[in-house]
Design a protein around this ligand. Structure first.
Ligand code: PAF
Length: 288
């Protein structure tokens, strides 16, 4: 597994791979890797195999511009040694570990702003977050010169925004969506789960149960209001979870929906357990 610690070595490696006729697939992460990230790597490897051969590069970069002032960038887990061991086992071909100075050059003036999708849902609670994500992902696409990149469906707004950005900027990167990986009890895998108190960890699978209910209600032809009520009822069975938001939106573009849906909708949950905010989502298709 090759390790590139700066932009020049990453660009040289990508040029070499392309010269050898290999496609390049990017798995962008902020480290603290778990099984969910390794699933992104295996989807990247599958894509490469299906598309005539390729190499997978995982980036590990804790991107300062997607953290708000009140969010603790310094406390974000940094587990480089363990991450490299996991990626080696998973068969990643390279790891890109840039420093902040490689990504954000002094005097930089350009940002990428996906205007509407950055401002809705989580974007309202975390001003500037999605601008930071879109900007760093554009840079990672350019530096790795990737042909494709995986993104988890768990961060559904991020995935939707990156698809929109690729379309708007005519970027030649295929986005590979990867379904959420869950623990045996249904809790979506996340580096945040490590910070849950044991009682909260036991309560947290309620999100998955609420999403199961939403999916069943949508399939029965329920209205948006009835789906929301059903989800709220299930979440209320676990008083340790403080519901921050239940959003139901058009699954394709996150626009608002009302009445009885005739298109797939996405149900997005944000629930706080102690100091830890958990998010989860599910696309639910109506019976038509
Ligand atoms: O999903 C993440 O881990 C980050 O938002 C990403 C895409 C690596 C950008 O920093």
């Amino acid at each position: 597994m090759e390790i590139c610690r700066d932009t020049a070595s990453m660009m040289a490696l990508s040029d070499r791979w392309h010269a050898e006729g290999q496609r390049v697939v990017l798995v962008a992460t902020m480290g603290a890797l778990h099984e969910g990230h390794l699933t992104l790597v295996s989807h990247a490897q599958d894509w490469a195999q299906r598309n005539g051969g390729g190499r997978v590069v995982t980036s590990i970069f804790v991107n300062p511009t997607q953290f708000g002032e009140a969010e603790d960038l310094a406390k974000y887990p940094r587990t480089e040694e363990a991450d490299l061991a996991l990626l080696g086992q998973a068969g990643a071909d390279a790891v890109f570990l840039p420093g902040v100075q490689d990504i954000y050059l002094p005097g930089a003036q350009t940002v990428v702003d996906v205007s509407r999708l950055s401002m809705v849902l989580m974007g309202k609670l975390r001003p500037g977050h999605f601008r930071g994500v879109a900007t760093v992902v554009t840079k990672l696409f350019n530096i790795t010169d990737c042909d494709a990149a995986t993104f988890g469906e768990k961060d559904y707004q991020q995935l939707t925004l990156i698809r929109q950005m690729v379309r708007d900027l005519n970027a030649r990167v295929q986005i590979i969506p990867v379904p959420t990986v869950r623990e045996a009890d249904g809790l979506a895998m996340s580096s945040r789960n490590q910070r849950l108190a044991p009682e909260d960890r036991a309560a947290a699978p309620v999100l998955n149960r609420a999403l199961d209910r939403a999916e069943a209600l949508a399939a029965e032809g329920a209205t948006i209001a009835a789906i929301r009520r059903g989800v709220a009822e299930i979440l209320a069975t676990e008083p340790r979870g403080v519901v921050q938001s239940i959003d139901i939106r058009n699954a394709a573009d996150l626009s608002a929906v009302a009445g009885k849906p005739d298109q797939p909708v996405v149900v997005l949950l944000a629930v706080r357990f102690g100091g830890v905010l958990l998010i989860d989502q599910r696309v639910a298709s109506p019976s038509i």
